[in-house]
Design a protein around this ligand. Structure first.
Ligand code: ADP
Length: 976
């Protein structure tokens, strides 16, 4: 029964604060890691790019490569600029869309060469020249621009910077870059597209999150911070937003190889003009010797045929990739931080939900599977978002949130379990305090009692612990040897001698080994002592031994020894139960201090198990005690249904336990409908005990006191009623005693008093007055008659009582009825003839032999025949007939006397009952004769009946069962 206090003490906070804390921690950590360790995010992106693999190579971009072959042919770079001019002339013939010159022409060389290049650029008309920022020695950042004739001839100028991320990968390019004068240039890729589209340089515009070229908008990644550029000229102050465009790499270095042509080949006109027509052409260095190389996400990757890519990407290819990104509009968008946080929160929630539903059977397997499933889901969705929707997924935030949510959920779960265990342990410790303190608490051992009972000098109780080993469980009297009491187990032989108690041989023989458990070998007392060893329990080897040490000359009382063996056995059994309950580690004893020390969940679970065991054994003890109660005990729950019955109750009610359980208590106790409401009111409202007498059993009804009491919560009178307990105490014996007392009282007050008064009166008259001799004699006779009647009444009453109480045992013997009847009638002859009543006799032939007490049967018959004579008018007639009826022998006594009125027939067999009528006045009587007859017939298993009519006569029938089984043998033996 959990008490209110406990349920309150163990309240666990609701799930909402906990979920909020989980979200906050997981999301916070996810975002923290994303911000503080950006390399992780970059690494994830590179991984996603590699996982996606190469894209189809675009055919609208061609590269004119300053490659190793060209270097071999034209010598060390830089070459003379007229070479480039010639190459441009060749290109221009093919009418490309735009030509991006990814080569810096910022320093002047020979005039001829420089002007040749400028005129070639001018002729081509769609050339974009490269510019680059550089830091001067004074620390200023300035543009390294193309030579002014070249810049003038070019259709546009673009910067060729790429931004490398923290991991060194050239991941994006700045939309615009400016020197510290505020001179800004668009990226070369943007300029190339603008030139290709044939629009002027005003056509490029920066929008909030995009850049537009002639109506085409390209999303950009911007920083919210803007840089204010002071150009020295007040009116030209402008804000420059730092915006990047992420580069989508088509593949590893060399992906553009199909559309890459050697500078020398182009110069020689070896490349067909179709290779460049209408295309964007990039002129740039690919030779490793020229530097200008960058790391791409594909820097470490494996090709479809297993080849390893470890190459850096040349600047020309970076430009080609950038151009392709812009042309295809494949610009990746970043997830904003709030969305990343939302994703992390969702992941944490999913983890919580997933781990919560994957509990129950095979939990470890389910949990691992759920973790794998969730991990796969995060990676899968990230991949999908990256490849399909061109989104950089918040993979780090989500993963970190996931990784932290798992232990948090598990930690919370274990904390909740631990809390729950605390509550349960507290409840159980509390329950233990109100449940019966079993032997564990009382620590009583029966050794002292045994010593007292058996008058022994020393007692030891040994308990079996392991094969052949016994421990001292209790001892009293002579101290044990230190080696014995401290030993880890004594070897006791079995079976050394037959159990003395079982054989009834108490003397026992001196067993020196046993004596030396107690005494030193040299001790002189040891010589006068004898030890008895009794095995405990029926097992083999026995559960223990009782060793009793006593003086040689003393006799051990056998009964007391039996009692002692039972005591010791019970002790050993409870000891065993308690130890199992305390657990093998003996933690039970330490449970009291469980609150003081920090204990883990494992310890708590074990402690709970121990407590549980102990409570179980305690409640088992209580249950066994209740079952063993000598009174009938029934307990009903709040619904009035029986929930417990003990053995005695089933015997009283004559119903099996399983039929009683669940049935209505009031119904089973046979409570009259009318009284139920009143009884319930007394029980439930007044909390009072209801007591009444009741009778059970049809054939031989027994009397009981039925006590109904409410079972109140916490055992308090005012507590809620949680059940009803009914006890049935057998009072049949007391009832009989009470009846007897009443009878004796009535015997003394009425029956004995009347004759005594008469005797007293007459004797007083005789003593005080002179009475004439005739009268005197008459009075003497009357006194004598009354005294005899008194004596007879007392005798008869004692006879009946003895028979009822079983004090007069039946002396049954095989018996022929005819001689018995004849003898009885002979003795009644004087009485019959005094009234002139003839008695006729009639016997069936072949009457069986019966088993009966001859004296009692004769007395019964005499009483009935004497009544027939007494209660007939003179010269009436009495007829006695003996016959068999089925298995019974009938003795019928019929008279033609006064008869008995129907209303009196029932009473005549009761004690002291006499039919009140005039004719009786003449007849001395006690009213006990027929009661005696009834008792005699009862004790023989038969009965007496009467049929009577007033004025006609009565017939009394004595019916006696013939014991058929041995009938033949009896007959023979009676004949002999
Ligand atoms: P007692 O004969 O001593 O009065 P009994 O127990 O023998 O007591 O009989 C009880 C009563 O039954 C008698 O008082 C008598 O009135 C009535 N009774 C018994 N036997 C007969 C009978 N054969 N005919 C009429 N009445 C009888």
């Amino acid at each position: 029964m959990p008490s209110k206090n406990n349920s309150q003490a163990g309240r666990i906070p609701g799930p909402i604060p906990w979920v909020a804390a989980l979200l906050l921690l997981s999301v916070g950590l996810g975002m923290f890691v994303t911000w503080r360790v950006p390399a992780l995010e970059l690494h994830a992106r590179n991984w996603l790019t590699r996982a996606r693999g190469p894209l189809p190579v675009p055919d609208d971009i061609a590269i004119v490569a300053i490659d190793e072959a060209s270097l071999a042919r034209f010598g060390r770079y830089p070459w003379r600029r007229n070479l480039t001019a010639q190459m441009l002339d060749q290109l221009a013939v093919a009418h490309p869309k735009a030509i991006a010159l990814d080569v810096l022409f910022s320093e002047a060389t020979s005039n001829v060469d420089d002007s040749a290049l400028a005129s070639a650029i001018g002729k081509a008309g769609n050339v974009v020249a490269a510019a680059q920022l550089t830091r001067t020695e004074s620390g200023r950042v300035v543009w390294l621009r193309p030579l002014s004739p070249v810049e003038k001839a070019a259709a546009g100028v673009g910067h060729v910077h790429v931004s490398t991320e923290a991991d060194g990968v050239a991941g994006s390019f700045l939309v615009r870059q400016a020197d510290d004068q505020g001179q800004a240039e668009w990226a070369m890729a943007l300029e190339t597209i603008r030139v290709g589209a044939g629009v002027n340089d005003q056509a490029i515009q920066e929008l909030p999150a995009a850049v537009s070229i002639g109506g085409r908008a390209i999303p950009v990644r911007s920083e919210t911070r803007t840089i204010e550029i002071e150009s020295g000229r007040p009116r030209s102050t402008q804000r420059l937003r730092a915006s990047w465009i992420p580069i989508e790499y088509v593949g590893p270095a060399g992906s553009f190889a199909p559309y890459t042509f050697s500078f020398g080949d182009v110069l020689d006109g070896k490349v067909p003009s179709s290779a460049f027509r209408g295309k964007y052409v990039i002129v740039g260095a690919t030779a490793a010797a020229l530097g200008d190389r960058f790391i791409s996400p594909f820097v470490h990757t494996e090709g479809p045929n297993g080849q390893q890519y470890g190459e850096f990407v040349p600047g020309a290819e970076i430009l080609a990739n950038s151009l392709n990104t812009l042309l295809r509009g494949r610009s990746y968008s970043e997830t904003p931080d709030w969305l990343a946080a939302a994703c992390a929160a969702l992941v944490a929630l999913l983890t919580l939900g997933g781990l919560s539903i994957s509990q129950g059977k095979q939990e470890i397997l389910k949990q691992v599977a759920m973790v794998i499933l969730l991990g796969a889901l995060i990676l899968g969705l990230s991949y999908f978002a990256f490849t399909r929707w061109l989104i950089f997924p918040p993979i780090v935030a989500s993963s970190v949130s996931f990784v932290f949510a798992i232990p948090l959920v598990l930690l919370h779960r274990s904390l909740v379990a631990s809390r729950e265990l605390d509550v349960q342990i507290r409840q159980m410790v509390h329950a233990e305090s109100w449940l019966w303190p079993s032997t564990r608490e009382t620590k009583a051992d029966p050794a002292a009692l045994i010593a007292q009972l058996t008058n022994a000098s020393g007692v030891a109780i040994l308990r079996h612990v392991s094969a052949g080993k016994y421990h001292v469980a209790a001892n009293h009297g002579f101290p044990l040897l230190p080696s014995v009491s401290k030993s880890s187990g004594l070897g006791i032989e079995w079976p050394p001698s037959p159990g003395p108690v079982k054989n009834g041989n108490v003397s026992g023989k001196a067993d020196p080994e046993m004596v030396f458990l107690f005494h030193e070998r040299q001790d002189i007392h040891a010589q006068q002592l004898t030890a008895l060893k009794c095995a405990l329990g029926d097992g083999n080897p026995p559960a223990g031994f009782l060793i009793v040490l006593y003086q040689k000359d003393e006799r051990m009382p056998l009964e007391m020894l039996r009692v002692s063996v039972e005591l010791a056995t019970g002790f050993i059994v409870t000891l065993g139960n308690v130890e199992t309950a305390n657990g093998e580690t003996g933690e039970g004893s330490r449970l009291a201090s469980w609150r003081l020390l920090p204990r883990g969940i494992t310890w708590k679970t074990r402690a709970l198990g121990t407590l549980n065991q102990r409570l179980l054994s305690d409640s088992q003890f209580v249950d066994q005690s209740l079952r063993s109660v000598g009174d009938g005990l029934l307990v009903a729950g709040t619904g009035g249904q029986i929930i417990f019955v003990n053995r005695r109750a089933t015997e009283i009610l004559g119903v099996r336990e399983h039929s009683l359980l669940g049935s209505s208590l009031m119904g089973r106790l046979g409570q009259p409908e009318k009284t139920i409401a009143e009884t319930l009111e007394r029980l439930m409202v007044d909390r009072a005990t209801v007591e009444r007498e009741t009778t059970f059993g049809d054939s031989s009804p027994k009397h009981f006191i039925l006590r109904l009491s409410p079972v109140c919560e916490n055992g308090e009178d005012r507590g809620a009623v949680v059940g009803i307990v009914a006890s049935l105490s057998d009072i049949t014996k007391q009832q009989e005693l009470q009846e007897m007392k009443t009878e004796v009282m009535s015997l003394v007050t009425h029956e004995l008093r009347t004759p005594l008064t008469a005797i007293q009166g007459m004797s007083e008259v005789l003593a005080q007055f002179d009475v004439d001799p005739d009268r005197r004699r008459e009075m003497h006779v009357a006194i004598n008659e009354e005294a005899k009647r008194l004596a007879r009444m007392i005798d008869e009453y004692l006879d009946i009582t003895r028979l009822e109480a079983g004090a007069r045992p039946l002396r049954k013997a095989p018996l022929r009825v005819q001689p018995l009847v004849e003898r009885a009638l002979l003795l009644l002859d004087p009485l019959a003839s005094s009234r002139g009543i003839p008695i006729t006799c009639e016997f069936d032939r072949n009457l069986p032999v019966v088993m009966a007490d001859p004296d009692l049967l004769a007395q019964a018959l005499t009483n009935v025949v004497a009544n027939a004579i007494k209660y007939s008018p003179p010269a009436g007639e009495v007829r006695v007939s003996v016959r068999t009826d089925g298995n019974d022998l009938l003795i019928e006594v019929a008279d033609k006397g006064y008869g008995i009125a129907p209303e009196h027939v029932k009473g005549i067999f009761e004690k002291f009952y006499r039919v009140p009528r005039v004719e009786n006045a003449d007849q001395p009587g006690t009213g006990l004769g027929l009661t005696f007859v009834r008792e005699i017939m009862d004790s023989h298993g038969g009965y007496v009946t009467v049929e009577s009519e007033v004025g006609t006569g009565s017939t009394f029938t004595l019916r006696l069962p013939v014991e058929l089984k041995d009938g033949n043998n009896l007959k023979k033996s009676a004949d002999d």
